[in-house]
Design a binder for this molecule. Structure first.
Ligand code: PMP
Length: 405
């Protein structure tokens, strides 16, 4: 049976017991979510009771580790709605996944080709493209953001042309919480390779990458209540088949010789070296747990809390939210600026009261430039967030502003 979102759900997250007895209002889920008990058990169980390397052992312990690793791949395929387990590449996280795609596609780029990213992107969905575009003579262009921090898809419609080879966009902005309309982007750029950064979307429920129509999808375990150090690159079968490897080493080859090396089939071609086995097993446990939850109850809870937060912030003098004003096509990630006060000071003083926020550019400097701010504070919700967390922020903020001004 799944627990109700909010306070009851905290029973499944060890951090809350560890932090009991002190004020703790964790509103930094956009940076990392807390680990769920089944994921922590899977990680620690592997490391302490069943550790052996995968893929190469023939004795019992190694065989069991390989079987568990294969099961994890099947779980992640189910979570993402992938066509098969072979489409799941284990990575260290979203950043590595996006780098595998960018560097893998580099050889296809010709001078004058266009890669379309967006002003809303995390740096990990901008810089890898710049790294590969430069040497190829290709150009990285950015879909602009609307005033309320959404992708401007009318602008995209005008940008796409026959030189547009790749479109790489975020599914959910880590600053404004805006949800991108991936199906419309697919329709606007039918011939481009469509890459989606799902880092902020993954904690909000199982996915259907095939229905979305994208070619590649990236996520991080630590944002979806799994351990740090793991992630997934999903690639449509024929796209992964055609992609050359990015990292070379053990386990990604068919045969190595100084006369020429041939590579393994996907997903192994992209998994050089010993993978993060414990984190992968933990991530898969988190995914299986997420697939059992009541997602309509969780979404309604997040919407209620998001409205409470947005309405509360709107009522505080000198506070300005950067992002959509409502909860339509937007998740509970709320960036705000306080007139005349630096975001770091706001976060530091609220941190002293146990309210955990993030302050800075959120690895999204082009978006900060668009909003004409150096930094913002950001509160980001999770299913274990409750009204007391939001209220601690809303009650503390006016007091902090009074002291800092
Ligand atoms: N994309 C987005 C939208 C993110 O929010 C983040 C993490 N802040 C990343 C990519 C990078 O994820 P990771 O650091 O886990 O590789």
């Amino acid at each position: 049976m799944s627990l109700a979102p909010g306070r009851p759900l905290r029973a499944r997250f060890p951090i809350f017991a560890a932090m009991s007895g002190q004020p703790f209002h964790y509103l930094d889920n956009g940076a990392t979510g807390q680990i769920v008990d089944v994921a922590a058990d899977a990680l620690l169980g592997f490391e302490t009771r069943s550790r052996a390397n995968v893929k190469r052992g023939v004795y019992g312990l190694a065989d069991a580790a390989t079987v568990a690793f294969d099961k994890a791949r099947a779980s992640m395929a189910a979570f993402l709605g992938a066509g098969s387990s072979e489409e799941i590449v284990f990575t260290s996280g979203t950043t590595m996944a996006l780098n595998i795609v960018a560097h893998g596609l580099a050889g296809e780029l010709r001078p004058g080709d266009r890669i379309v990213s967006s002003v809303l992107e995390h740096h990990s969905n901008i810089v890898p493209w710049q790294l590969v575009a430069g040497p190829a003579g290709a150009v990285v262009r950015a879909i602009p953001a609307t005033g309320e921090g959404r992708l401007d898809l009318d602008a995209l419609a005008a940008m796409v042309d026959e030189r547009t080879r790749i479109v790489s966009v975020t599914h959910v902005s880590n600053v404004t919480g805006a949800v991108s309309d991936i199906a419309r982007i697919r329709a606007l750029a039918p011939d481009a390779i469509l890459v989606v950064d799902g880092a902020q979307r993954a904690p909000h429920g199982p996915l259907d990458v095939q229905a979305m129509g994208c070619d590649f999808y990236a996520l991080s375990s630590h944002k979806m209540f799994g351990p740090t150090g793991a992630g997934v690159l999903w690639g449509r079968g024929e796209r992964l088949d055609a992609l050359p490897p990015f990292l070379g080493g053990g386990e990604m080859i068919r045969r190595v010789s100084f006369d020429g090396t041939s590579y393994a089939r996907p997903p192994h071609r992209f998994e050089a070296g010993t993978p993060p086995i414990g984190p992968v097993l933990g991530m898969a446990a988190a995914a299986r747990w997420l697939m059992q939850q009541d997602w309509s109850a969780w979404a309604a809870h997040e919407k209620r809390l998001g409205e409470r937060l947005l309405n509360g912030l709107a009522a505080i003098d000198g506070v300005r939210v950067h992002g959509p004003q409502g909860l339509q096509e937007r998740l509970g990630i709320v960036a705000f600026e306080v007139d005349g006060v630096h975001a770091h000071d706001v976060c530091q003083m609220l941190g002293d009261r146990g309210v955990c926020l993030r302050g800075g550019h959120h690895c999204a400097q082009p978006l900060m430039e668009r909003f004409d701010v150096a930094a913002t504070a950001r509160a980001s919700l999770a299913p274990y967030s409750d009204a007391d967390d939001v209220d601690a922020l809303l009650q503390g903020l006016p007091e902090v502003i009074g002291r800092l001004r």
